[in-house]
Design a protein around this ligand. Structure first.
Ligand code: F6P
Length: 323
């Protein structure tokens, strides 16, 4: 098996704080191993358009502390077409890229898997604020996003208590409730609505709000995941049903920005270097993951077949403590 010479790197899907730290680690580690590095702009969209630049150690100066991604990102529909996929694989080969590092979430891994079937050697690094990649216990960006949301929730709670209101705070997570669950646990929210439990019962919610008010609670915080959504309408219905003033706050994309926390920088840096090590060892088509506190790598097919569930124990204790 020939040694790889050129490593390509791209960020794909929703950006996540810490992606820059991962890019920096990939670029500098690759250079330290004597490899060439090419940065691909705007994820698979830039790959298909051959929007590729050479990178050196200075290309990644002063980015470890910055949110977003200097390579930019995109959700690329063309990657799901036969033509787009073939073009992407051809561009990889034309640029002499013999190892492609994809920093992104589950959707980005599907693209990587498809590329691997066309002979491209891919390595995935988990980067998403959603924490919803089954093969790994940690995804880059989650810690920053959850802390950003938490600090906003704490502020809403102040005003909610002062006005003795019910407050619905909508956090990101279209299909996954990890962000909502962690925000709920860490903020001491009274209710958490998760997309995994989409068929929640609004009457139970209303009864809970009324019961808690009788217990002397001065506010009622509901963390509502984006996948359930409709927070403004929900607030109107709850106000009508409970007689309590209810307000909705949608945190939105502010949760994806900001300087990464120490945890995200360390995870990104470790996983970035690990991805390069895996390529230099001659391994092919791997996904980097964190399991039991250790960084490990899995075969991409194996990784994409794994499943993970929202931890029911933490859902239960959230309810148990909301009295
Ligand atoms: O990156 C993940 C995520 O933030 C989800 O939580 C959210 O549902 C989605 O991306 C939003 O995507 P977009 O930026 O395309 O609106």
């Amino acid at each position: 098996m020939g040694q790889i010479k050129t490593i390509g790197v791209l960020t794909s899907g929703g950006d996540a704080p810490g992606m820059n730290a991962a890019i920096r680690a990939v670029v500098r580690s690759a250079i330290s191993h004597g490899k060439n590095v090419k940065g691909i702009k705007r994820g698979y969209t830039g790959l298909i358009k051959n929007d590729i630049m050479d990178m050196d150690a200075r290309s990644v100066s002063d980015i470890i502390q910055r949110g977003g991604t200097v390579l930019q990102t995109a959700r690329c529909e063309e990657m799901f077409t036969e033509e787009g996929l073939k073009r992407a694989a051809d561009v990889v080969k034309e640029n002499g890229i013999d190892g492609l590092v994809v920093i992104g979430g589950d959707g980005s891994y599907r693209g990587a898997l498809a590329l691997s079937s066309l002979g491209v050697n891919v390595v995935g690094i988990p980067g998403t604020i959603d924490l919803d990649i089954p093969c790994t216990n940690y995804t880059i960006g989650f810690d920053t996003a959850v802390n950003t949301a938490l600090s906003a929730i704490d502020k809403v709670r102040d005003t909610s208590t002062s006005h003795q209101r019910c407050s619905i705070i909508e956090v990101m997570g279209r299909n996954a409730g990890y962000l909502a669950l962690w925000c709920g646990l860490a903020s001491g929210a009274e209710d958490v609505l998760l997309p995994e439990n989409y068929d929640y019962d609004e009457q139970t919610l209303v009864d809970h709000i009324i019961a808690n008010r009788k217990r002397g609670k001065k506010h009622h915080i509901i963390i509502n995941a984006e996948g359930i959504g409709h927070s403004v309408d929900m607030a109107q219905r709850i106000e009508a049903a409970t007689g309590l003033e209810t307000r909705a706050t949608i945190l939105g994309h502010m949760q994806r920005g900001g300087s990464p926390t120490c945890k995200d920088r360390v995870a990104a840096t470790t996983m970035g270097c690990y991805a390069v090590d895996v390529l230099c060892q001659g391994k092919k088509n791997r996904i980097i993951a964190e399991t039991k506190g250790e960084v490990v790598d899995y075969d991409i097919n194996e990784a994409l077949e794994m499943t993970k569930e929202i931890p029911e124990y933490q859902v239960a204790i959230c309810k148990e403590l909301a009295i």
